[in-house]
Design a protein around this ligand. Structure first.
Ligand SMILES: [Zn+2]
Length: 65
């Protein structure tokens, strides 16, 4: 049982370390493109969720701010 706790803590530490190194993830709504292209491909609008940046902050980063 104690082994499971240690493994869980190790995984949590790895996750937090990865968030520290790579704090951003692709925006889920626009798949990281930051915009929605019209069917013609000539016009687009910015993604409302990420503001056109195409990225979101990962969950742990939001928790620690
Ligand atoms: Zn977006």
């Amino acid at each position: 049982m104690l082994d499971l706790v240690v493994v869980g803590l190790a995984l949590a530490a790895l996750y937090l370390a990865s968030v520290a190194i790579w704090p951003y993830a692709k925006c889920g709504r626009c798949s990281g493109r930051g915009k929605f292209t019209s069917p013609t491909g000539k016009a687009w609008r910015s993604c409302g969720r990420c503001g056109g940046a195409g990225k979101t902050e990962r969950l742990a980063r939001r928790l620690f701010r």
